[in-house]
Each structure stands twice: as C-alpha cells, then as structure tokens.
Design a protein around this ligand. Sequence first.
Ligand code: F0G
Length: 451
Amino acid sequence: MPFNLDFEPYRIKVVEWINITTRDERLRLIEDAHYNVFYLKSKDIIIDLLTDSGTGALSDVQVGHMAMGDESYAGARSWDRFYESARRYTTKEHIIPVHQGRGAERLIAEALLKEGDVVVSNTLFDTTMGNFQYKGVHFMNLPDPSDYNFRGNIDLQKLEEVLRREAERVKLIVMTITNNSGGGQPVSLKNLKAVRELADKYGVLLMIDACRVSENSFFVKHRDPDYRDRSILEIVNETLSMADLITFSAKKDGLNNIGGFIATDDEQLALKLKTLGVLFEGFPTYGGMAGRDMEAIAVGLMESTREDYLAHRTGQVRFLNDLLDDMGIPVLKPAGGHAVYILVDQLLPHIPPEEFPGQSLVVALYVFGGVRGVEIGKLMFPDAQHNMVRLAIPRRTYTESHLRYVAETFEEIKEKADCIRGMRITYEPEYLRHFLAHLKPLDDWVKRCSG
Ligand code: F0G
C-alpha cells in the first residue's frame, strides 16, 4: 500500500463552525422534529452523518474553476469542460446533464419503462426504486453477499432464472455500484462481466448506477489481483464500458454539492433523453446545473480517481467501523466505501421490527451525542428483512477526532441499550415515507434513558 491511510492527503483552507447543542436542547429539538431527523436543522447537529451526498468539501482547484463558470443557457464553455470530463470518466459518447441522480432516474423511467415492466437489480437505491414504482414498474432485488470481498454483487443464478422466466417483462438490469442499500459494498468486475453476458444473451439493457464507482474501483484494485497494476481511472473506464446506460449523481464521486448526468453510446436513446431533459431538467448543455457546478464536477470527477484520496476516504470508513467493532457494537463487515452500517437487530434485539429499532437508535444517537445517522430498515423499506442504521461519512469533511467522538456516543448507547424502546408512526406520506414521516416513542424512554 503506497499511501498511509491515517494521513489526510489535503490541508484545510476554509472551516465551518460546529454549534454544540446541549442534551436538554436536543430532547426538545427531536420532539419538535417528530422524532424524524430529516426535520432537524443542520445547525442543531454536532456530527452530521445523514448522508455523504452533496455534503463534502470542495478543493481549491474546484473553487478556482467555479469562478470561470459560464452561465449561458446554451453552448456554455463550462458544458464543454463538463462533457469532456464525463466522457473521459465514462468512455460514453453521449452525456445528458441532470440536476442530480434522481433526475436521471426519472428521465430513464419516462424513456424506457411502462406499467407492468420488471427491473432487476443487485439492490436499487430508494429514489431509483421510487421513480420506477411511480411508473408502475415492478422491481426485484437479488443481492449476493456471499463473496466477502465483493458483497455488493448480484446473484447470477437467480438473475438468469428471472431472465428466463420473465424474458418479456424484464426491461432493465440495474447494477448499483457500490451497492448503497446493501451496505456500500463493492461489486466485482467478474460479477459485472457475467451480468453483461446475461444481458446480451437475453437482450436486456444493462444500466449502472455509478455514483460511487471511483470508490468501487479502489476496492477492485486492492481486492482483485488482476487489477492491482491498473490505475483507478482505467478501472472506472472498464467498469462503465460494460453498461448500455449510466446514471450518475455528481453529489457523491463527482465531489460536488449538486449535479449529475446520464451517459450512453446509444444515439437514439440519447436523443429521446435529451428531449425529455428539456422538459424536466433543462437545456442539454446544462440540465438544471449552474455553469459553476459543471466546472466543479469536471474537476471533481478526476479528483475522485486519485488513489491517495480514495485510500484515505475508504480508510476513514474502515477506521470508524473498526472502532465500533472493537467496542462490541455490531457493524457490517467488511467496511463499505462510504458509510458504516450498524446491525440494529443485534444491538437492540429486544425491540421488534414493527417498532422500528433502527429509528430508535437514530433518535438515541442524536439525543445522546448530537450525531445524525439514518435508518435503513423497516421505516425506509416496509418489506426490509434487516434493520440497519447508516453513518455516512461526507467526503473530505471530518477528521479522526470527529469519528472518535461518534464512537464515544456509542459507548453510552451500549451502556443504555436495554433502556431504549421502540417507536410508532403517527403520519406517513404515500412515497418514500421515511423522509417526511412523523413518529413518537412508545413511552417516555427517550427522556428516561438520556438522564
Ligand atoms: N443512486 C444511489 C446509489 C444513491 O446513493 C443516490 C443518492 C441516488 C442514486 C440518487 O441521487 O441524491 O443525486 O438524486 N443517495 C443519497 C444517499 C441521497 O444518502 O445515499 P441524488
């Protein structure tokens, strides 16, 4: 390993102050937020691990390029730079810009899918699932976590069974890379190549949801000996060359706060997507992004392929995972690329799934330590088999001592685990209920346990 994982490969030039709330304040704030951390204000959070999406720090090179943002409606210089960088990253000829990942998902759903179609995936991210369900599309998640090094893979046998059985109805295979809802775990290139072969055999399109493909490529380089001597960009290119179409949220490995694109070599599909894009996103040389954002992404895509950056980034996630593991907190192993996943069913086994143990942990983390994580379990996916809490680490944002503070908060969680009780929903919206749901604790445990 040529890089020291404990060493940030950057210096800090601008800082953002953290407001330290008290426990009494947090008890009131979480009640006002209906026990749903999506309603909290960021100023009331000490360490925010809600998401790694759009929350990272920009580099001085990105900020410098942003000053050159060309904000023209059509034909901006910033578009040319964005296009060249996205093309270099994806190897695809046609790039359709969108305001963020779900914009890309919506355009694809509109262009390619209709009611009754089936989409098969290693695991769809929740907005992808939501956009497809909105069109009346059925989906099947077929994860195969049996390879410890590549627990994000899809189950090839089940995939082929589905393709054979439902050849008429399956319109799309989606590989989410890394597999976010499955624990930020990487997908191997062997698995992906086999999926490509099945897609060809059954004549189905292969889409890659590629927003964390730089992180995935780092794992491929270090876990698959065939790729040890390849650069990250080469691995990114090889990964993405296997897709018929790519959706990309630039809020992750684009290293920007907003933005995204679709990439494909299919000219007819690109034309259709551009037409829909004009309707829903913006003209095809900005797609809902400001020129300065396209500049930042053009730089960010290439920065995300730096090996020193990726070694530190994945090293930070592993650092927190190991700290918690050593304390006896059940975590998903091995550590994923962007987040630590707490196995709540093991940590709080006395809370039944229908009482949302993951949400109880999220509430306790906030009240005890001002730490914001997110539930990935029964609240987010009513059919979920497991309850997890995700602690997503924003890129280039927190230091080792921040992560140690998070681990300290877990000391108290561990001590008081028996005191923590369940939650119930008092309001739920029709789609993606976890974002806007209102909840209440089943008794006064939040107050009782925080004393
Ligand atoms: N695909 C994956 C795998 C994602 O993780 C996300 C977003 C999207 C698509 C949608 O992109 O937010 O730009 O519209 N994930 C964030 C998260 C929100 O917290 O994991 P978007």
